[in-house]
Write a protein that binds this ligand. Structure first.
Ligand SMILES: [Fe+2]
Length: 380
């Protein structure tokens, strides 16, 4: 009779029970299986340490308490602050932003009710070619080859809604992709009202920041106004269930950059967001309680000729509990032309990208990183 003893001192090795063996062949076989299990366990621990063991860093703060709409001095003061931040990591945290906490918690509560519904009820609202609706757990996967490939699907479920276009909009009438109406979960009373209230507050906050951006980038006042009329902003409500021990390559959302101008993300109940710095190192971003994390996307990266960085980020599932996340993607109108700002290019610094519409930029990128989005390309 032989007793197999664990070869390492890791606490998780208690999951490999000591066993008795009745013969040599059986022992060799078990020894081989045991060695494989040890290797798999080491790989899992290495992966987990590599994603959960990264350092914390405090995000730069943009305090909007001093922002008086239309007041040149207060806007210039914040623009100086923003200009400094733009040269750093491409993430910041806004505080004193004016979005009532009840508006955020209201949508989190309605979202929790929605995600608790039976799967069949949720999938009846399956995400459509306008990127509105529900995607089940472990179905989506981000495959951004610029940052990292994907070997398994993302551990989240989500529900999307966004800009509501008038019925007489020519693009609505023609059925152009992205212009479709929202779908609402009627089983959750008040969901649509909570969603619209959240959208309205985040839209207002993001547009209050536009004059600050204009000064920070040396632009004329109101430069962005036309691009953000009928802005195609949207919200992705996401649920990340906790998992104490991650499998290899198991992430909440794989590394990617957003297509937006800015993405606004109220600080969540459970940590999960991680940011990649300019040296390729991941870190946990710290933002004060009640703050809203803001990151920059491909739209402003291209407009600024890469002066502003679209910063890669990812999400790690919480250890315990459930993380609810409500990113608001501030985007321009879909037909806005994405071209280099006059202050960001010149004879010595030619534009790095050809002009194109935001519709093209967004749908091309989404098709590249989301197989489900590409699969709906030819529909309708
Ligand atoms: Fe993102």
């Amino acid at each position: 009779m032989t007793t197999y003893l664990c070869q390492c001192s890791q606490r998780r090795c208690r999951r490999f029970p000591r066993q008795n063996d009745g013969g040599l062949a059986n022992r060799e076989n078990k020894g081989s299986i045991f060695a494989m299990s040890q290797t798999a366990e080491r790989e899992r621990e290495t992966f987990e340490q590599s994603v959960r063991g990264v350092p914390h860093r405090t995000l730069p703060i943009l305090d909007l308490a001093s922002l008086v709409d239309g007041d040149t001095a207060s806007i210039r003061n914040l623009a100086d602050n923003l200009r400094q931040i733009l040269s750093e990591i491409g993430f910041l945290c806004v505080v004193n932003h004016g979005v009532p906490p009840s508006v955020i918690t209201g949508l989190i509560e309605r979202s929790a009710e929605f995600f608790a519904l039976p799967e069949a009820t949720k999938t009846a609202l399956a995400i459509n070619r306008h990127e509105r609706g529900y995607t089940p757990m472990n179905v989506e996967v981000i495959q951004d080859s610029d940052i990292g490939g994907a070997s398994r699907n993302d551990r989240n479920e989500a529900f999307n809604f966004g800009m509501e276009y008038p019925a007489d909009d020519p693009n609505v009438i023609s059925g152009k992709r992205m212009y479709g109406a929202n779908v609402w979960p009627e089983s959750v009373p008040g969901y649509d009202a909570a969603a619209r209230e959240y959208m309205a507050h985040m839209e207002r906050l993001s547009k209050r920041l536009l004059p600050v951006w204009e000064v920070a980038l040396g632009l004329e006042p109101h430069h962005f106004d036309a691009s953000f009329e009928s802005a195609h902003s949207y919200v992705r409500t996401i649920r990340y269930p906790g998992k104490a021990v991650l499998d290899v390559e198991e992430l909440g959302i794989r590394p990617h950059v957003d297509t937006s101008f800015m993405t606004l993300l109220p600080r969540e109940n459970e940590p999960g967001l991680q940011v990649m710095d300019a040296d390729g190192e991941w870190f946990w971003p710290d933002c004060p309680e009640g703050g809203i994390v803001v990151n920059f996307g491909l739209y402003i990266e291209r407009l600024s000729n890469e002066v502003v960085r679209a910063t890669p980020h990812r999400v790690i599932p919480p250890v315990t509990g459930t993380r609810y996340s409500l990113p608001f993607f501030m985007c321009p109108r879909l037909e806005a032309v994405v071209e280099c700002l006059p202050t960001c290019c010149g004879p010595d610094n030619p534009p790095r990208y050809q002009p194109e519409s935001f519709w093209n930029l967004h749908t091309d990128r989404m098709s590249k990183i989301y197989p489900h989005f590409a699969a709906k390309e030819g529909e309708g």
